[in-house]
Design a protein around this ligand. Structure first.
Ligand SMILES: C[S@@+](CC[C@H](N)C(=O)[O-])C[C@H]1O[C@@H](n2cnc3c(N)ncnc32)[C@H](O)[C@@H]1O
Length: 156
């Protein structure tokens, strides 16, 4: 699927699990924003799945991730959804974020919405945990977006 796959996580245990998958070229034990701020590499796809619930304010995240995407590179992320506050801590001690907050911040950092869907991430305390999966793309002008993907937001 990719020429080169880099994995980043704070947790050595999570990296050990990732190593077992045998698909990563590099695994790095580091805080993700620190990693993004220190690397000079750019990426065609950055996946941040089940990680943003450990962040409250997302401005620093979007500022760092947006400059590390290649031109027209993709950002795939998931958030747990807040219905009222722009973000708040939940009983689970994870944060949830309002979809409008995420979309507005992404837009402010030059990322265009390509697709979004709600899906069940896992069962938690006997209940389905729903998350919002969102695909953004960097550097899309209205013209290139319509040429490549048609006029709607459906890519997947
Ligand atoms: C629920 S796990 C998800 C792991 C993996 N992304 C997946 O989808 O299977 C959340 C992971 O986010 C990592 N994490 C949380 N905050 C982080 C941060 N600021 N920088 C890097 N990793 C972080 C944790 O160490 C943990 O391994």
């Amino acid at each position: 699927m990719s020429d080169h796959l880099t994995g980043v996580d704070l947790s050595a245990k999570m990296l050990a699990q990732a190593r077992l998958k045998n698909c990563y070229d590099i695994l790095i034990e580091e805080e993700v924003i620190t990693f993004l701020n220190n690397t000079h590499d750019t990426y065609d796809l950055i996946q941040v799945l089940d990680v943003l619930p450990y962040f409250g304010d997302l401005n620093g995240f979007f500022a760092s991730v947006s400059v590390r995407l290649s031109s027209e590179g993709f950002l795939l992320l998931s958030v747990e959804m807040s219905e009222d506050e722009i973000w708040k801590i939940q009983d689970s001690m994870r944060f949830c974020h309002h979809p409008d907050y995420v979309l507005t911040l992404a837009d402010a950092h030059g990322l265009k919405l390509r697709h979004q869907e709600i899906l069940t991430a896992r069962q938690e305390n006997g209940q389905a945990l729903e998350v919002l999966l969102i695909l953004f793309q960097a550097g899309m002008t209205a013209v290139s977006a319509s040429l490549r993907f048609g006029q709607n937001d459906d890519l997947l």
